[in-house]
Ligand binder design. Structure first.
Ligand SMILES: C[S@@+](CC[C@H](N)C(=O)[O-])C[C@H]1O[C@@H](n2cnc3c(N)ncnc32)[C@H](O)[C@@H]1O
Length: 247
């Protein structure tokens, strides 16, 4: 199936991703990291989480890949502004990771599985580049758990239309709950799964990212919601840790 990345690569969408930190979005993984680990971040986007992880892995090495050149450029600029010497970024597809077998101790994939049409192919590549005993760590939202209010006119229909668009583009807005089965089918052993809420303090930023991809009437509804002073948005994220057993 053809894939199209639904949020796109506008400045607003990239800035929205770049607010993410390892503390806010990778806390399910960080307690399991060894300082010297070689970590691959698949679909790193503008690289804010990758750079944080590079700081945590003080004697390790972080590699970020993304299929989009503009995101890799943003990530490289960020790493150089922060004077990080143990993180590199490369254009590449999760379906064809440009690395030899067993190159990494940890493979992290944040907010990418909900956008891809062949998660089984992506996981086969992750399994290949992961060293035996290594950890795979995946975090994706599941739209079944979103809490949004107040329910202004047209808001629910607009959210549904955005979800339908992402699914039509090859993604899966309900992939979060499917991660255990996907990992097990790919040959990983499951270590732990969990879910957390990300409660945005900036409804207008989210509404702009959604509005960019919606037709006028739906875009108006999400903007009207975001301007309500009681606007509330909490996204449910599913998190999973697995390992590659040395068989
Ligand atoms: C929602 S962003 C997440 C960025 C970052 N991981 C974060 O959470 O801030 C998803 C990223 O995955 C990338 N992506 C989508 N499909 C991809 C693929 N097949 N291979 C590599 N990257 C892909 C997109 O270009 C985008 O930058």
């Amino acid at each position: 199936m053809a894939e199209e990345y639904t949020p796109g690569y506008t400045r607003k969408a990239s800035d929205f991703m770049a607010q993410r930190t390892a503390i806010s979005h990778a806390a399910f993984l960080t307690p399991h990291l060894r300082n010297s680990a070689r970590l691959l971040d698949c679909g790193c986007g503008p690289g804010s989480i990758s750079c944080d992880l590079a700081r945590i892995l003080s004697s390790g090495q972080v590699t970020g890949i993304d299929r989009e050149e503009s995101q890799i450029e943003l990530a490289r600029n960020r790493a150089s502004e922060q004077q990080l010497t143990n993180v590199t970024f490369k254009v590449g597809s999760i379906y064809e990771l440009p690395f030899p077998d067993s190159s990494f101790d940890v493979v992290f994939a944040h907010a990418i599985f909900e956008h891809i049409s062949s998660p089984d192919e992506a996981l086969a590549e992750i399994l290949r580049v992961l060293a035996p005993g290594g950890i795979v760590a995946i975090r994706s939202p599941d739209w079944g758990g979103f809490i949004v209010g107040p329910d202004v006119s047209g808001l629910q229909a607009a959210i549904k239309r955005y979800a339908d668009l992402q699914n039509t583009n090859g993604g899966d807005v309900y992939v979060g709950r499917k991660l255990p089965r996907l990992l097990r089918d790919a040959g990983f052993d499951l270590l732990r799964f969990s879910a957390t809420y990300d409660c945005s303090q900036s409804p207008s930023t989210i509404s702009e990212v959604l509005a960019l991809r919606l037709a006028d009437m739906d875009a108006d509804a999400v903007r009207a919601w975001s301007q309500d002073r009681d606007a509330f948005f909490a996204a449910a994220w599913c998190e999973i840790l697995g390992t590659k057993i040395d068989r």
